[in-house]
Write a protein that binds this ligand. Structure first.
Ligand SMILES: NC(=O)c1ccc[n+]([C@@H]2O[C@H](COP(=O)([O-])OP(=O)(O)OC[C@H]3O[C@@H](n4cnc5c(N)ncnc54)[C@H](O)[C@@H]3O)[C@@H](O)[C@H]2O)c1
Length: 266
C-alpha cells in the first residue's frame, strides 16, 4: 500500500525511545520528513542518526512536552526547517509508581496528568493553526487500553488516557471542517523502557513479585491478559500510526483503535 506521505512533515513527541522511536522511524521509511522531539536530546539525536542512516530525513528538537514555550519552539523549528506540518504524533505519556487512587499523592496525580494529557493538548493547540491554514492534517494521539477500561493502581494514568480519547473526539469534531483527522491509538503491552521501569517498581514493591525479573512480570501479564498470547511491539503500534497518517485513512476520524492482541474488545 502506498501511504502517500512522501515529503510530508511529521512531528513525533517522545520519539527518543519505545513506541515514539518506532513511529518516527516508520514514518521516515515511508518518506516523511520527521521531527524527533524528546526531553532527552542526546537520545533524540541518536534516533535522527538511525533515520538518516536509512536514507531518511529528520532532525531532533530537545523539548519538554509539558512546557508551553518548549512546544511552541518545537513547532516553530519544524516549520523553519521543513516548511509545513502535516502529521502530529502525540506519544508522550506515562505514570510514576502505583497506588490506590484514594491514597495517591496529589503530586503524582498532577505529574501524570501533565505528562500524559496536558502534553497532548499543548501540541495539538500549537500545531492546529498551521493545519487549519492548509486545510489538511493528521493528528494521532497515543492513548492506551487503560484509556478504555479503568486500570486499578494506575488511576491517574488510566484517567489521563481516557482524557486523551475524549480530547481526540472533541478535536475530531472541531477540526473536521478543515479536513484534519484526529484519531487515537491504544496499545496493549509493549516492552519498552517505560514498561521496564514499571515492572522494576512492581518487583520492588509487591512481595508476590520479588523473586521475578521485570521481564518475567511482563511476560506473565501478557500470557494472562492477551488472547493472542504475544506482546505488542513498538513496530506493531507504528504500523497503525503510519496508516492513520496516510491518505488511505482520510475518512477515519474520532476513533480510538486498539493494538493489543485482543486484550480488550471495546
Ligand atoms: N509500553 C506500553 O506497553 C504502552 C501501552 C499503552 C500505551 N502506551 C503509551 O505509549 C506511549 C509511549 O510509551 P513507551 O512505553 O514507548 O514510553 P517510554 O517511557 O519507553 O518512552 C517515552 C519517551 O517519552 C519521552 N518523554 C517523557 N516525558 C517527556 C516530556 N515531558 N517531554 C518530552 N519527552 C518526554 C521520554 O524521554 C521517552 O523517550 C506513552 O504515551 C504510553 O503511555 C505504552
Amino acid at each position: 500500500m502506498d501511504l502517500q506521505i512522501e515529503d510530508k512533515t511529521a512531528i513525533v513527541t517522545g520519539a527518543a525511545g519505545g513506541i515514539g522511536r518506532a513511529s518516527a522511524r516508520r514514518l521516515a521509511l515511508e518518506g516523511a520528513n520527521v521531527v524527533v522531539s524528546d526531553l532527552e536530546g542526546v537520545s533524540a539525536r541518536r534516533v535522527v542518526d538511525e533515520i538518516t542512516g536509512q536514507g531518511g530525513t529528520a532532525f531532533a528538537v530537545e523539548a519538554d512536552g509539558t512546557k508551553e514555550e518548549d512546544v511552541e519552539r518545537m513547532v516553530e523549528q519544524a516549520i523553519e526547517v521543513f516548511g509545513t506540518i502535516d502529521i502530529l504524533v502525540n506519544n508522550i505519556g506515562g505514570g510514576s509508581g502505583m497506588s490506590l487512587l484514594v491514597k495517591m499523592p496529589v503530586e503524582v496525580w498532577d505529574k501524570t496528568v501533565e505528562v500524559t494529557l496536558k502534553s497532548t493538548f499543548l501540541a495539538c493547540r500549537a500545531v492546529a493553526p498551521h493545519m487549519i491554514e492548509r486545510k489538511q492534517g493528521r493528528i494521532i494521539n497515543i492513548s492506551s487500553i487503560s484509556g478504555k477500561v479503568g486500570e486499578s493502581l494506575v488511576g491517574a494514568y488510566s484517567a489521563s488516557k481516557f482524557g486523551v480519547i475524549g480530547l481526540t473526539q472533541v478535536l475530531a469534531k472541531e477540526l473536521a471542517r478543515y479536513s484534519i483527522t484526529v484519531n487515537a491509538v491504544c496499545p496493549g503491552y509493549v516492552w519498552t523502557e517505560g514498561w521496564a521501569r514499571m515492572a522494576q517498581w512492581m518487583k520492588e514493591n509487591f512481595a508476590s513479585m520479588a523473586d521475578k525479573t521485570p521481564e518475567q512480570i511482563f511476560e506473565q501479564r501478557v500470557k494472562s491478559q492477551i488472547p493472542l498470547r504475544r506482546p505488542q511491539t513498538p513496530e506493531d503500534v507504528a504500523s497503525l500510526v503510519a496508516y492513520l497518517a496516510s491518505e488511505e485513512a482520510g475518512n477515519i476520524t474520532g476513533q480510538a483503535i486498539n493494538v493489543d492482541g485482543g486484550a480488550i474488545m471495546v
